[in-house]
Ligand binder design. Structure first.
Ligand code: F6P
Length: 328
């Protein structure tokens, strides 16, 4: 028989993402609906180690669904990577009476949850919250849609000035080792070239493409570069390389950086966060553990951590072909 869950803890960990507050709200409200106590830990795993927490009620999460960032704050805890750190966290949870945890974060958070659940008999469920969209157990992570819209809006503005001055802009976007943001925002913003870690187009091809653009009558261009691009040069070196080889181009670089992680979440991210977190609480109450919840083909699906982290989650290479056709 499944053990009785009387108290559920929740935390946000890793790089923050828009929609984390909507996720916290959904956990707290679902707990309240099912008459379960909810405890929020500050700064992810570090708060579990430091015993830094607050009780969350349905009312304590009022008006946060539209807010960016995370009211519980976030961190990447080095201490939790040690057995001693995890023991402190487990001892604290037991002492406060937390029976299970909802972990909102990205791959690092899930890896921590996986190890923790192997070592201690405390059920955990992961909810994917990261702008990178790099988790296999879901088609979309919370925050990715908002980040895409932020990037497209920024590139639209960059295009205005690029066009006024006949310039070529390299725009670097986030995504660590994943090209989801670059690829989708690149297509959405009509970029001339998109450079992502999953596909090494090579420098020659980039030069060829830019020459072709000039010949076809384009006076300005946008190249979206993922921060994890594997072409062998960072965005500034790329810009210098192009300037050296194509002196006709007036090249500029914009690194969008952390602004991509802020802002009010889109309706898609709020709804996704709400659906995933209600399900996470329900699964814990049903005795499930050590899984993540995700949206696969528009259904909320539970996947074990291993598959959720290591499974196939490749970028849609068809989008590269579409981009090539449309940047003619
Ligand atoms: O994982 C989210 C992310 O924003 C990545 O896209 C990026 O590489 C990284 O976090 C940046 O981390 P930090 O906030 O530590 O600079």
């Amino acid at each position: 028989m499944a053990r009785q869950i009387k108290t559920i803890g929740v935390m946000t960990s890793g790089g923050d993402s828009p929609g984390m507050n909507a996720a916290i709200r959904a956990v707290a409200r679902a707990c309240s609906y099912y008459n379960v106590k909810c405890i929020g830990f500050y700064r992810g795993y570090q708060g579990m180690i430091d015993n830094d927490y607050c009780e969350m009620t349905a009312r304590s999460v009022r008006n946060i669904i539209s807010a960016g960032g995370t009211i519980l704050k976030s961190a990447r805890s080095k201490e939790f990577r040690t057995p001693e750190g995890r023991k402190k966290a487990a001892d604290n949870l037991k002492a406060i009476g937390v029976d299970a945890m909802v972990l909102i974060g990205g791959d690092g958070t899930f890896r921590g949850g996986q190890v923790f659940s192997q070592e201690y008999d405390i059920p955990v469920i992961g909810v994917p919250g990261t702008i990178d969209n790099d988790i296999a157990g879901t088609n979309y992570t919370i925050g990715y849609d908002t980040a895409l819209n932020t990037v497209v809006e920024a590139i639209d503005k960059i295009r205005d000035t690029a066009s006024s001055h006949d310039r070529l802009f390299f725009v670097e976007v986030m995504g660590r080792d994943a090209g989801f943001i670059a690829l989708n925002s690149g297509v959405g913003a009509g970029a001339e070239e998109i450079l992502i870690p999953e596909e090494d187009l090579g420098l020659d091809r980039l030069l060829e493409s830019l020459k072709r653009s000039k010949r076809s009558g384009k006076s300005s261009s946008i190249v979206v570069v993922s921060e994890g691009d594997k072409i062998g040069k960072n965005v500034y070196q790329l810009a210098d390389y192009v300037t050296d080889n194509l002196p006709d181009y007036d090249v500029r670089v914009t690194v969008l950086g952390h602004m991509q992680r802020g802002g009010s979440p889109t309706c898609f991210d709020r709804t996704l966060a709400s659906r995933l977190c209600v399900k996470a609480v329900e699964l814990l109450l049903d005795g499930e553990a050590d899984i993540m919840v995700g949206l696969l083909n528009n259904k909320i699906v539970a996947t074990n951590f291993e598959k959720g982290l290591e499974g196939d989650h490749s970028i849609n290479k068809e989008l590269l072909r579409i981009s090539d056709i449309l940047s003619v």
